[in-house]
Structure formats: structure tokens, C-alpha cells
Design a protein around this ligand. Structure first.
Ligand code: NDP
Length: 275
């Protein structure tokens, strides 16, 4: 079958493409420019000749951006979304708009022009679940991050990490709302990973181009941490190759329909990264 992967030049997405190719699918990736598409074709062609193609979608937030991309595809993995912990120079809308408009626009295009589409997998995040809790708390797919949305509206550009988290929470909400209200010909699954780390397959020519999670990991090596911080909790994580397999499973397994796949390889402290 032919699977569309949006934002195919991203850190996670290249691994998703590779997982799908390994499983025998053909893949169409959306990229923002031809050189990014050519890089990917050169990357995959030797091992999977003729199985990867790309189309250019310059801005996912543009209305009807995906009308052509969805034609003839059987399934979609929507990974494209801005991933930045931006400073007070950026209003929350700079993240929320592309995240939500990109998701809804893609689903609209798939409903109208993707008559073969049976399943759409949304790359969501722990960010769409995490809320402050007193003491230990066990998250499940029933949890929703309303807190970051409220913070983003309250603190605006000063909402820090909550701008990104709100963008993921609102994008995922718009995804499930579309499916329940529009009743399209496809069903949906969300993948909700924590921090993703692992080898880079996408094109990188300098450290300042690193994707956010890899940059955060790099910073742990590049800057000495105060000793007290070494044992501090540093979040949950998953290997990028496992996160990619989650996406491929989410596309293939019928019983995943309607679920939020909250996955993790465990939690880590800064010392774990150093080791
Ligand atoms: P990247 O920044 O590497 O990937 C983001 C992708 O989205 C890139 O391909 C980027 O294109 C594309 N993109 C962003 N904004 C736009 C836009 N306006 N128009 C078109 N394309 C756009 O980050 P990741 O691979 O880490 O993130 C992929 C997904 O995984 C995201 O949805 C993210 O929220 C989610 N996620 C990531 C986690 C992590 O720790 N890395 C954890 C949990 C979820 P370009 O390559 O041209 O910049």
C-alpha cells in the first residue's frame, strides 16, 4: 500500500518512513523543499529502489495544502508540526496555528480527495497528556492536558513550554473532534510518545540545526550540569526507532482504531544520559 508521511524530513519522520519501507509499503513524503526530498530519495533508493517519492508542501497551515498529496494513498502518518520551545518573542499562535490548521487541513483534504485513505495516524505527544499533579501519578490515554492550554491563553508569549504543549493538546483534540463529528471514510489513531532520542537519519549540517529533543540531549554533554542536578528526573523517553515502529503498528493494526498509544521506554535522570 501507499502511505503518506507528512514532514518526512523531520527527525522522527525519516525513521517512520524507513519502518514503513521495511514492512513493504511504498511511501510518499511531504517536504518543504525539493533538496530535502532529493536527500531522502538518495537515502532510501539504494535499499528500497523506487519505493519512496516526495511532494512539496511548503506550509502545512495553508488551506488545502494537502489536496494533491493525499491522492491515491491508503494511509497517512501526520508527523509535521512545529517543535520549538520558543521564547517570549513568539505568541502561542505561532505554534498552535500550524499544529491545528495543519491537522484539520490534512483531514479535510483526506476526506475530499483521499478516497482510498483507511487510517490516519497523528503524531501527538505526552505534551497532550501532561498536567501538574501532586506526587506520583499514573497517566493513561484518558488524560488530557488542559493546563497548558489555559497557561497559553493566560500568559501568551510568556507561557514558555506550555505554548508547545498547548499546540499538541489542541491539535490532538481537533483530530478526534474531526473524526467524531465528520465521520470520514477513515479512522484514527494517535501516537503519544515522550522525549524521543536516537540516531539521526535526516539531513543535518550543523549543531544549530538539530531538532529540539536531540538538541536538549546534546546540551547535556556540551554543558556541565551542577552536581545536584545529575540525579534529577529528566523525563520519560523512547528510542526514535521504537517510536517509528509504533507509527507503523498504528497504521497496520485494525484494533488500534480510536486509541491514543501512550508509549515509553521508561524514565531517566541526567546521570543516565551521561552514562
Ligand atoms: P522535527 O522538527 O525534526 O520535525 C518536524 C517536522 O515538521 C519537520 O519535517 C518540519 O519540516 C515539519 N514542519 C514544521 N512546521 C511546518 C510547517 N509550518 N509547514 C510544513 N512543515 C512543517 O521534530 P521531531 O521529528 O522531533 O517531531 C516530529 C513530531 O513528533 C512532531 O509532531 C512532534 O510534536 C512529535 N513529538 C516529538 C518528540 C520529540 O521528543 N522529538 C516527542 C513527542 C512528540 P522541516 O524539516 O522542513 O523543518
Amino acid at each position: 500500500s501507499l502511505i503518506l508521511v507528512t514532514g518526512a524530513s523531520g527527525f522522527l519522520a525519516v525513521h517512520v518512513v524507513k519502518s514503513l519501507l521495511r514492512r513493504g509499503h511504498r511511501v510518499r513524503g511531504t517536504v518543504r523543499s525539493a533538496p530535502k526530498g532529493e536527500y531522502l530519495r538518495d537515502l532510501f533508493d539504494p535499499e528500497f529502489p523506487g519505493k519512496f517519492e516526495y511532494v512539496i508542501v511548503k506550509d502545512i497551515a495553508q488551506a488545502r495544502a494537502f489536496d494533491d498529496a493525499v491522492k491515491d494513498v491508503d494511509g497517512i502518518a501526520h508527523t509535521a508540526s512545529p517543535v520549538v520551545f520558543s521564547g517570549p518573542e513568539d505568541p502561542p499562535e505561532s505554534l498552535i496555528k500550524p499544529a491545528v490548521a495543519g491537522t484539520v487541513g490534512l483531514l479535510n483534504s483526506a476526506q475530499k480527495f483521499g478516497s482510498n485513505v483507511q487510517r490516519v495516524v497523528l503524531t501527538s505527544s505526552y505534551a497532550a497528556l501532561l498536567e501538574p499533579h501532586d506526587g506520583p501519578y499514573e497517566y493513561s490515554e484518558n488524560d488530557w492536558n488542559e493546563y497548558s492550554i489555559a497557561e497559553a491563553y493566560k500568559a501568551g508569549p510568556h507561557a514558555g513550554v506550555h505554548k508547545y504543549r498547548a499546540s499538541k493538546s489542541l491539535a490532538e483534540r481537533s483530530f478526534w473532534n474531526f473524526i467524531s463529528e465528520q465521520k470520514p471514510q477513515f479512522d484514527g489513531v494517535s501516537a503519544n510518545p515522550p522525549f524521543i532520542y536516537g540516531p539521526l537519519l535526516h539531513e543535518i549540517s550543523s549543531i544549530d540545526q538539530l531538532n529540539l529533543s536531540t538538541k536538549l540531549l546534546w546540551d547535556k554533554f556540551a554543558h556541565e550540569l551542577p552536581e545536584g542536578e545529575l540525579t534529577a528526573y529528566a523525563g520519560n523517553f523512547i528510542d526514535v526507532r521504537d517510536a517509528a515502529e509504533v507509527h507503523a503498528d498504528a497504521l497496520e493494526k485494525a484494533e488500534a482504531a480510536g486509541h491514543r498509544l501512550v508509549v515509553s521506554a521508561g524514565s531517566v535522570c541526567h546521570q543516565d544520559f551521561c552514562e
